[in-house]
Design a protein around this ligand. Structure first.
Ligand SMILES: C[S@@+](CC[C@H](N)C(=O)[O-])C[C@H]1O[C@@H](n2cnc3c(N)ncnc32)[C@H](O)[C@@H]1O
Length: 446
């Protein structure tokens, strides 16, 4: 922001939001290079996230989509633990209000940088961090930055000796898919300070599922959502190409009953035994299988001339209410593999598949995060629940589980630029953890 405007109120665009008394002078102003033009929907997205208030524990536990929130947290926790080591230096890319602070603490990371475009969210994160530090829930130092990560060069705002082991972007990068320049700017910000052999991990909407649901709707209908209790709706307004890839096939699961146990089989042929308490639930959900239809909504996958700007409006009860863009995943993989990004895809899985793959290994976490309650056969209640309902603590509510199907996880690893050479990075002098003031928060001058 130019000096002449210093002291004015934070308003409009990425800084819009609740009526908080934020002044530009409250923050540390820094210039950053423009990497891309801003997206048309940027203000709508920013003001949506800026206006979301930070809810307390009680309000959170009263949420109508509590199981979905808990399941999302379980997925993020598992993903984070798979790719983070003790001592990792981490960038939370689009980290919002710092909802993952505890997850980073559980991994005993050495340091965290959190960046987000919604200035109110970053202030909430700062306050949340201070509270956690006071209660010894977190022990790592934190840097907080407010910046448009699809437009500005993040590297300009970082100390010179910061290089990340992990960049984590949870439910964020689909907002960049309005324009190719923004996707490239996003990848520049992910990669410029990512060490070789470091990981870029995240969660995004699964375009294969969104497009399949859209195609399965009647020909002139472009919105779809949960049938019996509306939790999520998506209206695809500008579909130009169908999005199909390897995972489209993998999602066509089938259920088999083997010796009274419901098993889960997908096309890549692994069979996983489902936790007994989830049997009824799975049976309900997968009773409806996807039946591909040949309608004008079917496009040729090879004809992907412009995979950007495919916009849909997404509403998720209590959580999302703004325009989003489909992520054409093969395009992301292709661009990410180019120089200078050098990212190689290591993992791509729909949330359902991810759950099936990891629920056993991370079963305790499922209980701790209250995704489901632990079924104790000897507790006097030895009757298995017979049907799934939102009240059923042993099962995941079918509507919320259906929403989970709209998302996928990914992980990329940064290739070495020269296979026989190990790049030397500056030695980081990790600062001590300390309570943060708004003056510690870095915001871009614009
Ligand atoms: C669904 S929230 C996810 C927040 C957090 N990662 C989590 O998992 O709780 C999406 C976040 O992306 C941020 N975001 C969207 N577009 C952005 C942009 N252009 N620059 C920076 N942040 C952006 C929003 O402000 C919001 O906090």
């Amino acid at each position: 922001m130019p000096q002449s405007q210093l002291g004015s109120r934070v308003d409009g665009g990425m800084s819009n939001g609740q009526n908080r008394d934020l002044l530009y002078t409250d923050f540390k102003q820094m210039p950053a290079t423009e990497l891309a033009p801003s997206l048309a929907d940027r203000d709508k997205v920013a003001s949506h996230y800026n206006s979301r208030k930070d809810v307390d524990v009680q309000e959170r536990s009263d949420s109508e989509i509590l199981q979905l929130r808990n399941l999302d947290n379980w997925v993020k926790s598992v993903l984070i633990s798979l790719f983070t080591c003790e001592g990792s230096l981490v960038l939370d890319f689009g980290g919002g209000k710092g909802g993952d602070l505890k997850k980073w603490s559980a991994q005993k990371i050495s340091e965290l940088v959190l960046v987000d475009g919604a200035i109110n969210s970053v202030v909430d994160c700062l306050e949340r961090y201070n509270g956690m530090l006071e209660q010894n829930i977190v022990e790592f130092p934190l840097t907080v930055i407010s910046c448009d990560i699809f437009q500005k060069r993040l590297s300009d705002l970082l100390e010179k000796d910061i290089f990340f082991d992990v960049v984590s972007s949870q439910f964020v990068i689909h907002y960049a898919f309005g324009k190719e320049e923004c996707v490239r700017a996003m990848l520049t910000n992910v990669c410029e300070r990512l060490r070789e052999d470091g990981y870029f991990i995240g969660t995004i909407p699964d375009s294969n599922v969104l497009v399949r649901k859209w195609r399965n709707a009647p020909e002139n209908k472009h919105d779809f959502g949960n049938d019996n209790r509306l939790i999520a709706t998506a209206t695809i307004t500008t579909i130009v190409h169908v999005i199909t890839s390897r995972t489209a096939d993998n999602h066509q699961f089938s259920i088999k009953k083997i010796k009274n146990k419901i098993c889960f089989k997908n096309k890549i042929n692994f069979i996983v035994e489902i936790m007994p308490s989830l049997i009824t639930y799975y049976a309900n959900v997968y009773a409806c299988q996807y039946q591909p239809k040949s309608t004008p909504k079917t496009y040729n996958n090879s004809d992907v001339s412009n995979p950007f700007g495919i916009r849909y409006y997404f509403r998720l009860h209590e959580a999302v209410d703004c325009p989003e863009y489909l992520v054409h995943f093969p395009t992301l993989v292709r661009i990410a593999s180019e120089e200078p990004f050098n990212l190689e895809l290591e993992l791509e899985m729909n949330f359902h598949e991810f759950f099936v793959r990891y629920h056993d290994k991370f079963r305790d976490l499922l209980y701790r995060l209250k995704v489901v309650e632990q079924y104790e056969p000897n507790s006097g209640n030895d009757r298995m629940p017979s049907s799934a309902s939102s009240k059923d603590k042993y099962n995941i509510d079918a509507n919320q589980w259906e929403v989970a199907y709209l998302y996928k996880v990914f992980a990329f690893r940064k290739r070495k630029s020269s296979p026989n050479e190990t790049k030397i990075y500056p030695t980081r002098k990790t600062p001590l953890p300390k309570k943060l003031d708004k003056k510690d928060m870095i915001v871009t001058e614009d």
